[in-house]
Design a protein around this ligand. Sequence first.
Ligand SMILES: Nc1ncnc2c1ncn2[C@@H]1O[C@H](COP(=O)(O)OP(=O)(O)O)[C@@H](O)[C@H]1O
Ligand SMILES: [Mg+2]
Length: 388
Amino acid sequence: MSHPVLNERNVLVIGQRLGPVAQEAMPAARLEIAGAERLDLPETLHDAIELILIDVEAVDAAVLTGVINALAQRPNAPAVLMAGGHLPTALVKAVMRLPKSDFLEAPFTSVDLGRAAAAMLAEAPAAAGAPHHSRCWTVMGSVGGCGATTIAVEIATELARRVGRDRRVALVDLNLADGAASAYLGSTPNMLLAEASATPERIDQALLDAFSMRVGAGLDLLACPRDPKAFTRVSAMAVCRVLEVACQVYDHVVIDIPRHHQAWTLDVLAGSDEILVVSELTVPALLAARSLAAEIEAELPDGAQPRIILNRLASRVFGPAPSLAEAEKALQRKADGGVTSDWEAAAASANLGGAISQHRPRSKIVRDISVLVDRLMAPANAQRGRAA
Ligand SMILES: Nc1ncnc2c1ncn2[C@@H]1O[C@H](COP(=O)(O)OP(=O)(O)O)[C@@H](O)[C@H]1O
Ligand SMILES: [Mg+2]
């Protein structure tokens, strides 16, 4: 059946295999059928194109992610319908930034394709220039105990304070076996990811609501109950799906990620807008941070640059701790932020259950986190430099 809403519409079809199905699905549309090379110059995708149908198997995922990111910047971005199989998280995140996008899982018929395309073009235009853009920041420690969880908790709390009640922030603890975020926040971990791993496609907003715990105004925690076998029981699909849905539901997603690589680690890092590598000011931690940052840069294809955050900086340096200049020499790069040491505030808040900003709002940790969040929120082209 042909849908009248598709008649005379300008549709670009990428992938020769998809051509005949599209012709059958929308016989009266103005179709241009092309191969993947049509996407090589995204600027030639003119504004008259209303819908782009893409066979995801016909196009390199990294190229496609770049094209989608470029389209999402446009004031009149076309609707995009992805047809095919598994999509990497970075691509899904890019697609989510478009005002109108959808996925059609293979196998599908021309009827399915026509229905999905018609639904997209029939929709009222999205609210003027306001696609949902969630920001995802991932925090990783260079060594155990250097403060990654503390910093992730404080960043998430500070974001929730800033954005107010109506826009939502999630802290996702991916230390699946023994994450500490729920204990630090005095909350209950409720994300049953091992159980959800059998049917990851069923992870949706409703399930995420059931998994999440409200830990203060505007902040939800997604954390797993303690389970020593969690890393073998939870599938990569389930982790990626939770993050996809979280990025649709929340405006900010902060991830506390273990430093040992899991099957999903690179997917999570590739889908993150910022990667924060936390280190303390000891030589072993600095050397580990340097290696970790270099490994991330080598493994992520599109020029990701992790930021180094130095934690537990002493106001006065006691004993043989490296100075900031020495630390940066060991790191072979500049640090992007620093958090002062305040054991009393950190321990008291963890013992009481809640953020340091809640129990010790005047701690220097809170001030330093606020400076860091300012820096991360600055426009993407802001110059990088060392925190004051
Ligand atoms: N800036 C800081 N000042 C003082 N203590 C801190 C600071 N950051 C973290 N801590 C403390 O260090 C310990 C380890 O922190 P945690 O965040 O659990 O590290 P990680 O997640 O990297 O293992 C905790 O007792 C925490 O309260
Ligand atoms: Mg931790």
